[in-house]
Design a protein around this ligand. Structure first.
Ligand SMILES: [Fe+2]
Length: 390
């Protein structure tokens, strides 16, 4: 009984999740319960930050806006934490995609944990634990992808090291994840597709990884059933609130699952790729998903044919195809049928240099995601998968 052994788990998430169309309007009252001065982290678009500023003002909360361009760097969040202190911010609110939410999460932690941020960073720094509770942090996603609103880490770029690293602590779980699908109604088609494919990849990797357990399985099943059905509808008609709601819920499930189970080789490789090339994370995941699943299937059939990995892949195939008689192998064509119409670019079209593949594999080996993969893939298996995605 491969799953009975895992009926023993740890599950932690945001202190509160507010989910539903129109619920952004409740932000002001909740924010005021934590203070009267907020640092508001946004992307570069004037909306929806302007709406949040107004909601806060109506509730008597003053906000200082801090726009983040692109993926956050260690230097940018350090500077923003100083701005938050100068503003005497009592809470941090981030509204945007995964990068913006990660920036807000890191800023909330660095405002109260003084010193060099390198003290707290994995890989390039000392990786010390955060000793002081961060400022209360509210995460409001405007894409349906990363699930960062319920995770405990912030991915930061370090251009000097050409790498992305995580600031990670159980203390960094948001105090509130405010998830309003109406905020995703104006997402363009390509962003809808790539962010949803990130969520689908996260749901699949969390469902087959070594850390999967019954709580995360439940989330992965529900998230995948909804995402697979809703993605084509949301791409066809971006104004379909029902499809947007299902995608947003699936993304939330993916964040809840990955933060408590882990991920796999797709994310193991996507981290170093994102650190070296300016390729959108969701597109990288989409390009790698079926090649890595193919590699996992081959390796599990050859080296662990009776283990839980193949059973887990078969269960995911049931959820994705909607067929009880689906085999693990049926998962690949079912995903290709979903992904191909979305015209996701190959890795090389995303700017990834084939000459860097061996170095990317070397870096990926050190990531926690790679260590969660259901089977250890050899260098040649990973190289084959990268070539198939390239
Ligand atoms: Fe991801």
């Amino acid at each position: 009984m491969p799953f009975a052994a895992r009926m023993n788990f740890d599950f932690a998430t945001a202190a509160r999740i507010l989910f539903g169309a129109g619920r952004l309007s409740e932000l002001g009252n909740v924010a005021r319960s934590w203070g009267n001065r907020a640092l508001l982290v946004t992307g570069t678009r004037p909306e929806p930050g302007a709406r949040v500023t107004q909601l806060l003002r109506d509730a008597g909360v003053t906000s200082h806006r801090y726009p983040v361009t692109g993926e956050p760097t260690v230097a940018a969040v350090t500077e923003a934490a100083m701005a938050a202190r100068a503003h005497h911010a009592e809470l941090v609110i981030a509204i945007g995609g995964g990068s913006v939410m990660d920036a807000g999460k890191a800023i909330a932690a660095l405002v109260t944990n003084h010193g060099d941020p390198l003290d707290y960073l994995e890989v390039i720094g000392a990786g010390q634990p955060l000793l002081v509770e961060p400022l209360p942090f509210i995460a409001i996603p405007t894409t349906a992808g990363t699930g960062s609103e319920v995770t405990r880490n912030a991915v930061l770029g370090s251009p000097a090291h050409r790498i992305k690293v995580s600031l990670r602590s159980p203390r960094m779980l948001p105090k509130l994840a405010l998830v309003d699908p109406e905020l995703t109604l104006d997402l363009p088609e390509s962003l809808t597709a790539t962010t949803a494919l990130d969520a689908i990849t996260q749901l699949i990797e969390a469902a087959v990884c070594l850390g999967a357990h019954p709580m995360t399985d439940t989330l992965c099943r529900e998230g995948l059933l909804r995402a697979v059905e809703a993605l084509p509808r949301a791409v066809r008609d971006g104004s379909n609130l029902e499809a947007r709601t299902d995608l947003q819920f699936a993304a939330l499930c993916s964040g809840l699952a990955l933060a408590n189970a882990g991920l796999g080789a797709v994310h193991g490789l996507a981290g170093p790729i994102g650190g070296r090339f300016h390729a959108p994370h969701g597109a990288v995941c989409a390009a790698l998903l079926t090649p890595i699943l193919q590699a996992n299937l081959g390796a599990l059939r050859a080296r662990d044919p009776r283990g839980p990995g193949l059973i887990r892949l078969r269960r995911v195939a049931h959820w994705v195809t909607g067929r009880r008689d689906a085999t693990a192998e049926d998962l690949i064509p079912a995903l290709q049928a979903l992904i191909t119409p979305l015209k996701v670019p190959s890795l090389t079209r995303l700017g990834v240099d084939v000459a860097d593949f061996p170095e990317l594999i070397r870096q990926a080996r050190r990531s926690s995601s790679m260590q969660g993969n259901p089977v250890v893939l050899t260098d040649s298996e990973l190289l084959e998968a990268l070539k198939a995605a390239g």
